[in-house]
Design a protein around this ligand. Structure first.
Ligand SMILES: NC(=O)c1ccc[n+]([C@@H]2O[C@H](COP(=O)([O-])OP(=O)(O)OC[C@H]3O[C@@H](n4cnc5c(N)ncnc54)[C@H](O)[C@@H]3O)[C@@H](O)[C@H]2O)c1
Length: 444
C-alpha cells in the first residue's frame, strides 16, 4: 500500500515517519521546498525527540521519501493523509485555506481511486464539504472517499503518542473505507474507534476543549489559593488522587498555549455560534486562560512599577518543554509587554530560541545557558518547565543576579528550597517567598 502525507509539520511528519517505521511505503509532500530539501537530507526541521533518527533510518531503508511535486505525491497513492495547518482566522474560526488548497491539488493530480484521510483538525461538516469539492474536481471515472482521522499526539512526545495512542478515531459512513484505514493502523496495536464523520470531527474539538477546561479550572483554583493562603500543589494532588478526577492536567501555571488548545477552543466557540448554541463553560475557559497568561506580568509590574532600564531574563520560550514550538506561547506575549516597557531582555530556551529570534531579532539577547541569561538581571521570569530550568542550582540566582527576584509561571521550585536559597520567589497559587518590605508596591 502506498501512503502519501500532505504537510510535513509536527503532525504530518510524525505520521509519515511512523507509518514508514511500521513498514508502509510513504511519500511526504509539502509546499515548503526548503523543508522538503532539509528532510530529503535526513535532517529534521523541527525539534521532536527521536524523530530525526527514525527519519534517517526509514529514508536509508527506502520506505520514506519526500517531494515538493504534488503530481508525484498523488500518482501512486492509495491513501492520502492530509495534515496541513488549520490556524486561527482573525475572528477565531478555523482557517481552512491550506486545507482547501491541498484538496484542490489532490483533485487535480489524482489518477487512481484513493482514500483521503483528513488528520487536520477541522470543524464539524468540513469532511463532507471536502468530499463534495473533490468530486467536483476529479476525473469522473475516479472514486474517492474522505475519512476523518483526527490526531491526538502531543508535541514533544509525538512518536511515543503515535505508538501508544489511547485511541485512533476513524470517522466515516463507509464501513469498507473505515476498515481499510483501520488496517493501516493495525501494526500499532492501538484501540480503534469507528464513528460517523461528524462525531469524529467533534471528538477532537471536545477533547481539546475538555483538557483546556481542566487547565483553566485548576488555574482558577490556584488564584483562589493565593487569596486564601492554600497551596495549589497540595490541593491539586489531593484532587488528582480521586480517580474520577485524575492527576493529569491539574498543573497550575501561566495558562495553556501552543498550536492547538488556543485555536481549537476558539474554533469550537465559533462553531457553537454558528449553531446558535451558547457553550457557557467554553467561553469561560477561554477568558480565564487569557487572563491567566497576564497574571505573572501584573504581579511583576506591581512590584517593579516600571521596567524601564531593568534587566529581565525570560527562561523558557516554547509553549511547553521538549518542543521548539512557540505558537501562542505565554513567553511571546510577556516579551512583547516587557519590550513595551523598555526592559532590557535576555532569553534562554534549549530548543526554541531560533524561532523567537525570527520574531524579535536583535531586540533580545539570546543566551545559550541559564547562567548567561540571568547574569546581572533584576528579575527572572520562568515560562517553560524545561529540565535545564527545573534542575538549575537555586544558589546561582543570588550569585548571578543583581537582585534574586524570580517570577515562576510553572511552579518549578519547592518553596522551602527557594526560601533557603534567598530568592524572592513568586509562583502560581502558592505563598510568595522572601518578599521584603523594601520591594516596591508590596502586595504579597
Ligand atoms: N501540532 C500538534 O501538536 C497537533 C496535534 C494534533 C492535531 N494537530 C492538527 O494537525 C494539523 C497540522 O498541525 P501541525 O502543527 O502539524 O501544523 P504545522 O504548521 O506544523 O505544519 C503544516 C505543514 O503543512 C504544510 N502545508 C501548508 N499548505 C500545504 C499544502 N497545500 N500542501 C501540502 N503541505 C502544505 C506547511 O508548509 C507545513 O509544513 C492542524 O490542523 C492541527 O490543528 C496538531
Amino acid at each position: 500500500m502506498e501512503i502519501t502525507v500532505f504537510g510535513t509539520g509536527y503532525v504530518g511528519l510524525v505520521t509519515g515517519v511512523c507509518f514508514a517505521e511500521i513498514g508502509h511505503n510513504v511519500t511526504c509532500f509539502d509546499i515548503d521546498e526548503n523543508k522538503i530539501n532539509t528532510l530529503s537530507k535526513g535532517k529534521c526541521p523541527i525539534y521532536e525527540p527521536g524523530l530525526e533518527e527514525m527519519l534517517k533510518r526509514n529514508l536509508s531503508e527506502g520506505r520514506l521519501n519526500f517531494t515538493s511535486e504534488s503530481k508525484k505525491a498523488c500518482h501512486k497513492a492509495d491513501y492520502i493523509f492530509v495534515a496541513v495547518g488549520t490556524p486561527e482566522n482573525e475572528d477565531g474560526s478555523a482557517n481552512l485555506e491550506y486545507l482547501e488548497a491541498a484538496i484542490a491539488e489532490i483533485g487535480m493530480n489524482l489518477i487512481r481511486d484513493a482514500i483521503i484521510v483528513i488528520k487536520s483538525t477541522v470543524p464539524v461538516g468540513t469532511n463532507e464539504r471536502i468530499l463534495k469539492l473533490l468530486n467536483e474536481t476529479i476525473e469522473s471515472e475516479l472514486r474517492v472517499k474522505v475519512i476523518s482521522n483526527p490526531e491526538f499526539l502531543r508535541e514533544g512526545s509525538g512518536i511515543l503518542d503515535t505508538f501508544h495512542a489511547d485511541r485512533v478515531v476513524i470517522g466515516t459512513d463507509d464501513p469498507d473505507a473505515g476498515s481499510a484505514v483501520a488496517k493501516l493502523y493495525k501494526p500499532f496495536g492501538r484501540p480503534i474507534l469507528q464513528t460517523d464523520v461528524r462525531s469524529a470531527e467533534l471528538i477532537k474539538y471536545a477533547s481539546n476543549a475538555f483538557l483546556a477546561t481542566k487547565i483553566s479550572f485548576i488555574n482558577e483554583v490556584a488564584n483562589l489559593c493565593e487569596h486564601t493562603g492554600a497551596n495549589i500543589e497540595d490541593v491539586a494532588k489531593g484532587m488528582g488522587m480521586d480517580e474520577r478526577i485524575g492527576r493529569q492536567f491539574l498543573k497550575a501555571g501561566i495558562g495553556y498555549g501552543g498550536s492547538c488548545f488556543p485555536k481549537d477552543t476558539k474554533a469550537l466557540e465559533k462553531l457553537t455560534e454558528y449553531y446558535d448554541y451558547d457553550f457557557k463553560i467554553l467561553r469561560s475557559v477561554i477568558e480565564v486562560n487569557s487572563r491567566q497568561k497576564q497574571q505573572l506580568f501584573y504581579k511583576a509590574k506591581e512590584m517593579f512599577g516600571s521596567f524601564q532600564g531593568k534587566r529581565v531574563a525570560v527562561l523558557g520560550l516554547a509553549f511547553k518543554p521538549h518542543t521548539d514550538d512557540i505558537r501562542e506561547a505565554p513567553a511571546i506575549e510577556l516579551i512583547a509587554r516587557l519590550l513595551e516597557e523598555h526592559a532590557d531582555i535576555s532569553v534562554y530556551d534549549p530548543a526554541a530560541s531560533g524561532n523567537v529570534e525570527n520574531l524579535f531579532g536583535s531586540l533580545l539577547y539570546y543566551a545559550d545557558q541559564v547562567d548567561t541569561a540571568i547574569k546581572g538581571a533584576d528579575a527572572v521570569f520562568i515560562l517553560t518547565e524545561w529540565p535545564q530550568i527545573m534542575q538549575y542550582d537555586l544558589e546561582r540566582f543570588p550569585l548571578l543576579m543583581r537582585q534574586p527576584i524570580v517570577f515562576d509561571g510553572r511552579n518549578c521550585y519547592d518553596l522551602k528550597h527557594a526560601e533557603a536559597a534567598g530568592l524572592t520567589y513568586i509562583s502560581v497559587g502558592r505563598n510568595a517567598v522572601n518578599v521584603h518590605a523594601s520591594l516596591k508596591g508590596l502586595k504579597y
